[in-house]
Design a protein around this ligand. Structure first.
Ligand SMILES: NC(=O)c1ccc[n+]([C@@H]2O[C@H](COP(=O)([O-])OP(=O)(O)OC[C@H]3O[C@@H](n4cnc5c(N)ncnc54)[C@H](OP(=O)(O)O)[C@@H]3O)[C@@H](O)[C@H]2O)c1
Length: 237
């Protein structure tokens, strides 16, 4: 079903985006990955092979995003997994840090949709990224929860406004990707271990778990305006 489909994955040089690119190519798609770092893009392109090409783009820069889509031309599906996030106690976090978080995760996805839509096929789709902390309150995640909730809401309303293009949102739980390597390894493994004991599935997520969800949203023509939770039952705990 993905044979010869052109899929743009902004954030495709790492983690869930890279895994999505890999699975999509295995199903016959041509993939364009984009992010800020030339080095990460080169490494990802080498890993993905000849059905992938790459562009440098910073989603926080509106003109950069506009130029990116002009260069890419028409395509079928858009996935925006690009984000650099941070957390911390509400009262101890500088307002400028919170603005940066919204610039990156909310405004980045907003720019991508705004300038990507004119290039997307009417049979195509958009998949945006929210996250579990929008649905499950966790200490230190008030701002990230708010940004994720904003993305979920944006995606659901856009499913009406941008139809027939389908718009969906995926909401990952705690997934072991390079985005978590900011935490020192020992603390990270301990966090994973404690969480795994709590979750009904007894493990933290892998990039592939979420990538499979993204491919489902891309391929199922009867699904739009949904938030797909791929989080191992975290919300239930
Ligand atoms: N991993 C988790 O536990 C988890 C949980 C909930 C939600 N999520 C969400 O899932 C999505 C993917 O996360 P991940 O864990 O796969 O992260 P990741 O491995 O860090 O990958 C993020 C990607 O986004 C790119 N990126 C970041 N800022 C960008 C910008 N301004 N413009 C363009 N590209 C940018 C990065 O590349 P460059 O550095 O080259 O730009 C990288 O390719 C994010 O929306 C994240 O918030 C993840």
């Amino acid at each position: 079903m993905l044979k010869n489909m052109k899929i743009v994955i902004i954030g495709g040089s790492s983690g869930i985006g890279l895994e999505t690119a890999e699975l999509a190519i295995a199903q016959g798609a041509k993939v364009i990955i984009a992010s800020r770092s030339e080095d990460k893009l080169k490494q990802a392109e080498d890993q993905l092979g000849s059905n992938a090409s790459s562009y440098r783009v910073d989603t926080t820069d509106e003109q950069d995003v506009r130029a990116f889509f002009e260069a890419v031309g028409s395509f079928d599906h858009l996935v925006v997994s690009a984000a650099e996030t941070s957390g911390g106690p509400f009262l101890d976090t500088e307002t400028s840090k919170v603005r940066q978080l919204f610039d990156n995760k909310f405004w980045g996805q907003y720019h991508a949709v705004k300038y990507g839509v004119p290039k997307i096929s009417p049979e195509g789709s958009i998949t945006l990224f929210s996250g579990v902390v929008a649905y499950k309150a966790m200490m230190g995640s008030s701002m990230l929860g708010a940004v994720n909730a904003a993305v979920s809401s944006l995606g659901q309303t856009l499913a009406l406004e941008l139809a027939p293009i389908r718009v969906n949102v995926v909401s990952p739980g705690i997934i072991d990707t390079p985005s978590r390597s900011k935490m020192p390894e020992e603390a990270r493994l301990q966090f994973y271990d404690t969480l795994a004991r709590k979750l009904p599935v007894n493990r933290v997520g892998r990039a592939e778990d979420v990538a499979q969800g993204v491919l489902y949203l891309i391929q199922n023509g009867f699904v739009t305006g949904t938030v797909l939770h791929v989080e191992g039952g975290h919300i239930l705990t």
